[in-house]
Design a protein around this ligand. Structure first.
Ligand code: PHE
Length: 343
């Protein structure tokens, strides 16, 4: 019986295709192709009209059997595929909860930032306020108002980086003094941290960019004793009660008298010729200071007959290097994480 052969052949073909189906959607396609309304099985049923009345029921029964058989095959394959997909998913999602965790990388503050914040804390504790000024500065504030008129020989003390004839990268934080005096009425008590620039070759102890903290106090009756008391308190807060300060006469055009102040070595107290911090000198040179020159007060709109004041400029890089035993200034600017993470 030809129709029966067609049926058998179709079934064989379908069984083969079902075995090869790779996923659920592939199986769905096969179901449509073989069992759907326009599928192979339906086409076979349509041809039953050509059979004799005796053959029809036989063929009908056979078709039903085969259809059930095929449906069973498909169901079995579907189950196998679902199981397989589940196993694959589980394998790919497997988490070994016994593995050690990964520690997230946590950033840290730069050593310069740490020391700057410590200094700010100390001075805020003494009633100072923190103010800032621009790094690109006018000659007027960087020099003129600080008693360094054009052609003043002391301009040579600072190798400046000019942008135009009148604009330069500030060579110190002292212009913020002038800016503050012009905008604030005494009493004034400020510190001004920030970056400063000088024309220097880069080496282990020089950098064209470095950091200072400027301090300025203006009030009635301020004298040198206030300056030294403030600096001594600062030194003791920073390095401990045992440290002493000493001052050496110096010269800055914007202060009169002027002084350089050293802090006794907090590491060896001057007792170790091979001290890595003071190199046996017993002293650390860290700042310049003095009484604000009356002429500067006048230029900045403050009456020198009524008010007086002191100013100081601390080298932040030096303090930082001393504190952390950093021997090459370049480390502070290279942002090498291996260096930064040691602090
Ligand atoms: N501006 C000076 C410098 O950069 C330091 C200083 C500040 C000195 C304030 C006296 C008073 O060298």
């Amino acid at each position: 019986m030809a129709l029966q052969d067609t049926l058998n052949q179709m079934l064989q073909e379908a069984a083969q295709a079902v075995r090869e189906a790779r996923d659920a959607s592939g199986l769905d396609e096969l179901r449509v192709r073989f069992l759907g309304k326009k599928g192979s099985m339906t086409q076979i049923l349509r041809q039953m009209g050509s059979l004799s009345p005796e053959e029809r029921p036989v063929m009908g029964k056979l078709v039903n059997e085969k259809r059930a058989e095929l449906e069973e095959l498909m169901e079995a394959r579907r189950k196998a595929l679902v199981e397989f997909e589940k196993r694959m998913r589980l394998a790919s999602e497997k988490v070994d909860v016994t593995l050690p965790g990964k520690e997230p990388a946590v950033g840290r503050l730069h050593p310069l930032t740490l020391v700057q914040r410590r200094l700010e804390e100390i001075f805020i504790g003494m009633g100072f306020e923190v103010v800032e000024g621009p790094e690109v500065e006018l000659d007027h504030f960087n020099f003129e108002l600080l008693n360094l008129p054009k052609d003043h020989p002391a301009r040579d003390m600072q190798d400046s980086m000019y942008i135009t004839d009148n604009i330069l990268l500030r060579t110190h934080t002292s212009p913020v003094q002038a800016r503050t005096m012009l905008t604030h009425k005494p009493p004034i008590r400020v510190i001004c941290p920030g970056r400063v620039y000088r024309f220097d070759e880069v080496d282990a102890t020089h950098s064209p960019v470095f950091h200072q903290i400027e301090g300025l106090v203006i009030d009635k009756g301020i004298h040198m004793g206030h300056l030294m008391g403030t600096l001594e308190t600062f030194a003791k807060e920073l390095y401990g009660d045992g440290v002493k300060i000493r001052c050496r006469p110096s010269y800055f055009p914007f202060t009169e008298p002027s002084s350089e102040v050293d802090i006794s070595c907090y590491m060896c107290g001057g007792h170790d010729d091979h001290c890595r911090v003071c190199h046996g000198t017993g002293w650390l040179e860290v700042l310049g200071c003095g009484m604000v020159n009356p002429h500067v007060l006048e230029m900045c709109g403050i009456d020198p007959d009524v008010y007086s004041g002191f100013a100081f400029g601390v080298g932040l890089d030096r303090l930082t290097n001393i504190k952390y035993g950093i021997t090459d200034l370049r480390n502070n600017f290279e942002n090498d994480l291996r260096f930064l993470s040691q602090v």
